[in-house]
Ligand binder design. Structure first.
Ligand SMILES: [Zn+2]
Length: 183
């Protein structure tokens, strides 16, 4: 069910509720809960993740266009028996799983991002400028995945806090023991 964000003008406590309440569960003030818009964080996360997805796709295309550049894809093609097409598909799948925002996909994007950055940096003495592009792409998608990971953790913690608020004994508002005692 959809919840709206309310903030108490008296004590500053915030709640996610299905409907407005007359009594603040935290400070017992009456008529102080005000409906406020949901923070824009959700949109910010989505953008960080989207950038990560685009950077992985860019990295895949860069590898395809410059087969001699020091990317993890070209490394796989040169030193393993993995067919070229499979190497590209693996990276496009990585982009897809990051796009879906699953925990495994986000972690995989972070780990591969670190590996790509490390390999790129190590290749700068040999490849020079050509190594800087894949290094930048890998480090930026790592950053995008990391930001998404951090924000989704913060949101999860926030939601757990909201769940706790619902279990507070004062939560029942008007009809509760406390409010009847006061009148
Ligand atoms: Zn309050």
């Amino acid at each position: 069910m959809e919840r709206h964000r309310f903030v108490c003008s008296e004590c500053g406590a915030e709640y996610y509720l299905q409907a407005w309440k007359a009594v603040c569960p935290n400070c017992q003030s009456e008529y102080t809960l005000t409906l406020v818009e949901t923070p824009r964080e959700g949109r910010k996360i989505f953008t960080a993740r989207e950038y990560g997805v685009l950077l992985i796709i860019g990295y895949t295309f860069f590898s395809f266009l410059t087969p001699s550049s020091p990317t993890l894809i070209n490394l796989m093609i040169s030193f393993t028996l993995i067919p070229e097409v499979v190497a590209y598909i693996l990276f496009l799948l990585l982009a897809l799983f990051l796009f879906l925002g699953t925990t495994g996909g986000v972690w995989a994007a972070m780990v591969v991002g670190v590996a790509g950055t490390a390999y790129g940096v190590a290749s700068i003495p040999i490849h020079g400028f050509a190594a800087i592009i894949p290094t930048a792409l890998a480090s930026l998608w790592f950053l995008g995945a990391l930001l998404f990971h951090k924000h989704s953790q913060a949101i999860r913690a926030h939601q757990e806090k909201m769940e706790d608020a619902r279990n507070m004994p004062e939560y029942s508002g008007w009809g509760s023991e406390k409010s009847r005692e006061q009148h």
